[in-house]
Design a protein around this ligand. Structure first.
Ligand SMILES: Cc1cc2nc3c(=O)[nH]c(=O)nc-3n(C[C@H](O)[C@H](O)[C@H](O)COP(=O)(O)OP(=O)(O)OC[C@H]3O[C@@H](n4cnc5c(N)ncnc54)[C@H](O)[C@@H]3O)c2cc1C
Length: 391
């Protein structure tokens, strides 16, 4: 819209609906989340992640054969050369996330949901931090500003945590969104106020300059951008484009009327869960579940998060809770799909934000709109092109 084009946004649900992954995430503007899940550490600990009851990774065993075509290349990407390249290419998208969100929302009502501040990584003890030493060295190399707290600093700041957690590394100059839902709604309002059109409709296919909707209604467009999260795969299949993407399902429990709110978000590293203060609620969001995109939420995932709450913040009390599940759109190389189709002149892609889709969203939007508007930039899109999946 800001580039002067007429834009129609099609979505089968309202913007801000809980059916969107963007509704229920942990809200972190995670500039330093540049280490992909597929790291040498994951491969080493795979038996624990797959088979332990305490693991934050869940798998529906009957889904395992269907997961393999994604899982095998995903694990291969933990090899040093690929791992290092992925980090470099993720960093280019994440590092200035707070500035990108501020620029996107300037003079809009969405800006009030952006909080600048630190994010605290919480560990059981210093030996656990030592195990992640190489990850910290990478983050240092990329210039992130962080500090491993002394015992004294930890106990004076984090006395609301249980004895299970005794160490923290604080990352400064980060941020978080205090209501992803209201943020989306405010962005949609801005879009409409600039003249954008929103139509609630399911897209079934695309052909040249036409978007075909479920009721067979056809919309003509000079340029078509597919940005439908994990469901983009289906639309790409219809236009004979490959992508290796899987739903890394995640869950949240939002606690309402809580007895205590931490001042900034915490990431509980061994449990793969983030705890984010959001307005007057506390959101526990995370874990990873491979059960297929369409499977219903399994109650045991919520039970697991509930047990974590007691394990992490035993004295916390609350009166109400909301439960939610969403689908992280995760490619097998942890990089988004961004750029233009090689074979269809008018078709563009911007999806696959995996664990950092909120963090990188404004940058993906800016890069793809520059491309659509034929603006020259010196950003190299090659690592993110859909055509990398053609082989
Ligand atoms: C538990 C959890 C915690 C997370 N925490 C963070 C975090 O702290 N920070 C961070 O940066 N990221 C986080 N993420 C990741 C982030 O939420 C996602 O990467 C991001 O929301 C993906 O956005 P998206 O717009 O691509 O997908 P979605 O938000 O899922 O949107 C896709 C849209 O496409 C629409 N659609 C699909 N198919 C069609 C069709 N055929 N026709 C019409 N519409 C269609 C859907 O209705 C939907 O509205 C988290 C994810 C989870 C699950």
């Amino acid at each position: 819209m800001r580039g002067g084009l007429a834009v129609t946004l099609l979505d089968r649900v309202d913007i801000g609906s809980e059916k969107q992954t963007s509704y229920g995430n942990a809200g972190l503007l995670a500039a330093s989340s540049i280490i992909p899940l597929s790291s040498p550490g994951l491969v080493k600990n795979l038996p624990f992640y797959l088979f332990s009851k305490n693991s934050p990774l869940f798998l529906k065993y009957s889904y395992f054969p269907k997961l393999l075509p994604w899982l095998i290349p995903f694990l291969k990407n933990s090899q040093k050369h690929n791992f290092t390249n992925i980090i470099k290419n993720l960093h280019q998208l994440t590092y200035d996330t707070v500035e990108q969100h501020i620029a996107l929302t300037k003079n809009t009502k969405a800006s009030k949901f952006i909080n600048k501040g630190k994010i605290s990584m919480i560990f059981r003890d210093q030996s656990e931090i030592l195990k992640s030493k190489s990850d910290f060295e990478i983050r240092k190399k990329y210039g992130f500003n962080f500090k491993n707290l002394s015992d004294y600093e930890f106990s004076s700041e984090y006395n609301f945590l249980s004895n299970n957690y005794n160490s923290a590394v604080e990352f400064y100059d980060h941020g978080w969104i205090s209501s992803p839902q209201k943020y989306l709604e405010a962005l949609k309002k801005e879009f409409i106020s600039l003249g954008g059109m929103f139509k609630k409709a399911e897209v079934t296919s695309i052909s040249n300059n036409e978007v075909i909707l479920k009721d067979n209604y056809i919309i003509s467009a000079d340029k078509i951008l597919i940005c439908s999260g994990v469901w983009s795969k289906k639309l790409l299949k219809n236009i004979k484009h490959k992508v290796n993407i899987e739903a890394e399902r995640g869950f949240h429990i939002v606690l309402k009327k809580v007895s205590f709110l931490p001042p900034n978000p915490l990431m509980i590293i061994d449990k793969k869960i983030a705890i984010t203060p959001m307005e007057d609620t506390l959101r526990f969001a995370g874990i990873v579940d491979f059960s297929g995109v369409d499977a219903p939420a399994n109650k045991s995932r919520y039970d697991y998060i509930r047990s974590l709450i007691k394990n992490i913040m035993p004295s916390l009390s609350w009166k109400e809770e909301d439960l939610w599940m969403g689908q992280r759109p995760s490619t097998s190389d942890s990089l988004p799909v961004l750029g233009k189709s090689k074979s269809l002149e008018n078709v563009y892609f911007a999806f696959g934000g995996q664990h950092v889709g909120l963090t990188i969203g404004p940058k993906l939007g800016k890069l793809i709109s520059d491309l659509i508007l034929n603006k020259k930039t010196n950003f190299n899109l090659d690592p993110y092109l859909q055509s990398r999946f053609n082989n």
